[in-house]
Every structure is written in structure tokens, then in C-alpha cells.
Design a protein. Structure first.
Length: 147
């Protein structure tokens, strides 16, 4: 499928890439960036104490988001075809949409996460999940494992 025919996967890749970059920015920006982007005071305080675990977790999330971007770009035909991307697209869509639905499960959130943060982050994750899901559905016939 050509890129013009499936802008959803291009948007999914771009969104994942932007989210990955935001996580990397936290690592370099320090505690204030963690707080600003909503990681919570515990993570930011740990960064201020010199702990490496917040950076390791954040780098892991950034790495996963980068891989998701590559999968979306691969399915959109922007980069080389990656193995197993059909099942990956379905799983990524499900993970993101389930995470977005988490706004309705208060026990999943840290006490320091404000209602605004919960709403904004869930909306952003829903938008990204919708791009993956709609793009996957639209492209499914052309995502044959044989081409």
C-alpha cells in the first residue's frame, strides 16, 4: 500500500516517534522534565537523588516507542518490510487502546497524577491507538506475509 493511501500508519509512526523523543528529552532534561511531562514526583525526586532507575525505565519506554514507530513506517511502506509486523500492529493497537481505557480504572494511576494529566495522556494514547488500529484495518489486505 502506498503512503498516500494510508496516512493512519504514517501518523501512528510519527506519533510514536514524537512520544519516544519526549521520553528521551526527560532523560536529558532532568527532574523538571519528568515533572512537566507527568511522570510524577516520585520519579522526579529519584532523578534529583541521582538514581538511575527512572532513566532506565524511561529509556526502555522510548525504545519500545521507537520500535513501534519503525513497525508503523514499515507497514506504511516508508522503510524496509519488518518481520511479524502484522501481528505487531494488532498487539500495539490493543495495548494502546487498553491503556487509553485505563482512565476509567483509578487504581492504575499514581496518586500524584492529576485529573488533567490522566485525561490528556489518555486522549493522546487513544489517538495514537486509533491511528494504529484504523491504519492496520485499512492496510490489512495489503499486509500479506507473502509480498
Amino acid at each position: 500500500m502506498n503512503v498516500a493511501a494510508n496516512p493512519w500508519l504514517v501518523a501512528a509512526g510519527a506519533g510514536s516517534l514524537a512520544a519516544s523523543a519526549a521520553h528521551v528529552a526527560c532523560i536529558f532534561g532532568g527532574a523538571d522534565w519528568y515533572r512537566f511531562l507527568g511522570a510524577g514526583n516520585r520519579m522526579a525526586s529519584a532523578v534529583e537523588r541521582g538514581a538511575m532507575l527512572p532513566h532506565v525505565i524511561t529509556a526502555g519506554i522510548a525504545g519500545v516507542l521507537l520500535v513501534w514507530a519503525l513497525i508503523a513506517f514499515s507497514a506504511a511502506g516508508l522503510i524496509v518490510r519488518l518481520p511479524l509486523f502484522r501481528i505487531a500492529l494488532v498487539l500495539i493497537s490493543a495495548v494502546l487502546l487498553l491503556r487509553a481505557a485505563g482512565i476509567f480504572v483509578p487504581s492504575l494511576w499514581l496518586p500524584e497524577h492529576t485529573a488533567t494529566f490522566r485525561a490528556v495522556s489518555s486522549a493522546a494514547v487513544f489517538a495514537l491507538g486509533a491511528c494504529f488500529a484504523i491504519g492496520t484495518f485499512a492496510a490489512w489486505p495489503s499486509l500479506s506475509t507473502r509480498s
